[in-house]
Each structure stands twice: as structure tokens, then as C-alpha cells.
Design a binder for this molecule. Sequence first.
Ligand SMILES: [Zn+2]
Length: 255
Amino acid sequence: MKVLHLLAALLCLLVVSACATAPPCNPLADWHPSPNHEPRRARMIVIHHTAMRSAEGALLVLQTRNSGGRVSAHYLIGEDGRRYQLVAEQERAWHAGPSRWSGIDDINSISIGIELDNDGSEPFSDAQIESLLVLLADLTERLGIQPHLVVGHGDVAPTKKDDPSVHFPWQRLAQAGYGLWPREVRAPVPAGFDAWAALRVVGYDLRDPEAALAAFHRHFRGREEREWLEGDAAILHDLQMQLMELPAQPAILGR
Ligand SMILES: [Zn+2]
């Protein structure tokens, strides 16, 4: 009898230790592990500016908290181009907050966050942008992120955030292959073109339409008006065409 008890206890220990080393198995179900899985991968990249005066100060905040609570990002790039990593890529960093892009909430769960050491009112240095381009090439290639899915914090949280500022060189990024930018030669805008629908196709959250327009203008026109401007329809029509011309890709959440 004693031997049986001992065996039972040993079996219990084995099960517990299997659960402790493997991903947590839910006691509500029988654990039948499959080898067909991988760490979760990010699907998009969100760019920020730190709105602080130094990379050292930003590093401290990204390892502790700011006035709103605990925050982090996967990467920080100094004004001199030095890259710092704070969170592993398969982990969920706390950089985007309440957010939405292409109808998907909780951008933190599907993105890599990159903070740029910049106070929000100054141009971004060449060294910093060059360094960012190197990191974008690495991330999109290695993680299989679609290169057009590089956006700003203000794009995914238009009512709450305005970073990176109007100084951020989105056109230069697009020339290197990241994010979208309207082409010089554009097809004429067809009669009846629905610019609001196109804004949604590009990815913007229209729950606050004026905030979405300001975010669109900040990104694509370097200004922040909250109403339609001359030329917006042509830009949006071209962006929509570019998205439609992309090679067939899995949806943002596809494998
Ligand atoms: Zn931000």
C-alpha cells in the first residue's frame, strides 16, 4: 500500500513538473502537446518620439513608469543613432495604449514599438533615421512583417497621441520601402470617390473623424488640420490603389 502511495505521489510530481516546464497546461483539459507552434510574432511596427530631452532619461522611463503608469517599448534609438533594446520581440511591450488600426484593437499585442529620442519639436537627426532604417530592414525581414505596416503612434491612437511629430520623414522611409507614401504620378480620382472609406481602408479608426483627419494630415502632409484639405482625395485614392496593388498577402492577423 505504501509503495502505491509513493508511486501516486511521484506521478503527481511528474505531472506538476511537466506543467512547470512546458507552457502552462490548463487543468480543465488533457494536455496533448503539438510541436506545430512558434512564439507569437509581431505583425506591424509603431514609431514614437519620446518627447524627452535625452535617451538616458527615456531609458529610465521605459524601464519604470511615466506620469500615466508603467510604459515600455521594444527599442529606443538615440539621436546619435545608438539602438537600445528593452523588451524581447515576442513579448508584449506597453507602448501603444488604447489603439486601433485596420479594425484591430490592442495594437500592443501585434506590434513592435520603436521609440525615437526626440523632444517632439525638433527635426529627427540623419544618424537616427539611418539607424531606424537598418532596424526596419532587420525586423521586417526576420519577423516577416509586411513593410507597408510601419505606422506612427498618432496613426493608431488619433484621439490620444500625436507622435511622431510632423518633422518625422515618412517620405524618406517610404523611399526605403517602409510605410506608404503617395506616388508622384497618380491616376485621376474617379467621380463619387469616397475619401472617408479610403481613410478607413488605409487603416485609420474613424470613431473620431476629425482626429483621424488630423493624424492622416500629420503623417502624409506634415500638418495637422482637422478638416479636409485640397488634394486629400488624390492622396487617399493613390494610397488605396497602392494597397490594392500589393501582392496577395495574408491578412494582418494571418499566418
Ligand atoms: Zn508614442
